[in-house]
Design a protein around this ligand. Structure first.
Ligand code: PGA
Length: 247
């Protein structure tokens, strides 16, 4: 009912457009058996999309602006992605951290992306301090309620939720499968509370997913795939992660 999906978030890598194109070529060459997306840096989006044309791999932006157009220096507007990217990541914790995005702004970005016909990988997850305080579920519920309350997406909107505990991102310290499953259940309850079909919505886990840690998440109840950072820059390892979700 929920086909698996793995998305590689390349973040601010590789160092050149040529490097991004060659990474895309390598991922394409893996001939992966399930739905796969890659999210290159914005400067490489068009070149990567060109490299992946005719392949089943989907291209995502890493972020979009919350306004449609205008005097927003450095911004990437959702409508600009038409014909290049099929979707965008929205609400990644690094963007929340570095650019001051709060739940309200994440909701506005979500609305803009959906209005432009983009699919969205909507990221939520608690910080280390919130985790230690036992607030995981309250935080995930609040982030989704706030963002969905602003965006008011229709039932059936093209949303995938990535549960990414901030303390697990880039630390080599992934959450457990059980923790991810429990968070996924909270995600689905929050989606349902906002009028969406939680059971039909894919929930990915993100945070130090590697070839070594993926089995835990591939086996986790309610987890339909992964949002992969560091390991998505290594094609062979990325391929191993993707194949773990083929079932
Ligand atoms: P990581 O990043 O796999 O390097 O931990 C995941 C993410 O930030 O999406």
């Amino acid at each position: 009912m929920r086909p698996p999906l793995v998305v590689g978030n390349w973040k601010m890598n590789p160092a050149s457009i040529a490097g991004a194109v060659s990474l895309a070529r390598a991922v394409r060459g893996l001939g992966l058996p399930i739905e796969v997306g890659v999210a290159p840096p914005s400067i490489a989006l068009a070149a990567v999309a060109e490299q992946l044309r005719g392949s089943p791999i989907t291209v995502y932006a890493q972020d979009v602006h919350w306004e449609e157009a205008g005097a927003y220096t450095g911004g990437l507007a959702a409508p600009m992605l038409a014909g290049i990217a099929a979707g965008s990541i929205v609400g990644h914790s690094e963007v929340r951290r570095d650019q001051g995005d709060d739940d309200e702004r994440v909701g506005r970005k979500l609305a803009r992306a959906l209005a432009a016909g983009l699919r969205v990988v909507l990221c939520v997850g608690e910080s280390e301090a919130e985790h230690v305080a036992g607030e995981t579920h309250a935080v995930v519920e609040r982030q989704l309620r706030a963002a969905l309350g602003v965006a008011r997406p229709p039932r059936g909107a093209g949303i995938v939720v990535a549960y990414e505990p901030v303390w697990a991102i880039g630390t080599g310290r992934p959450a457990s499968g059980g923790h991810a499953s429990a968070a996924a259940a909270t995600v689905r309850r929050a989606l349902a509370a906002a009028g969406l079909d939680g059971e039909a919505t894919r929930v990915l886990y993100g945070g130090s997913v590697s070839a070594g840690s993926v089995a835990e998440f591939a086996a986790a109840e309610g987890i339909d795939g992964a949002l992969v950072g560091g390991a998505s820059l290594k094609p062979e390892e990325f391929g191993a992660i993707v194949r773990a979700f083929a079932r």
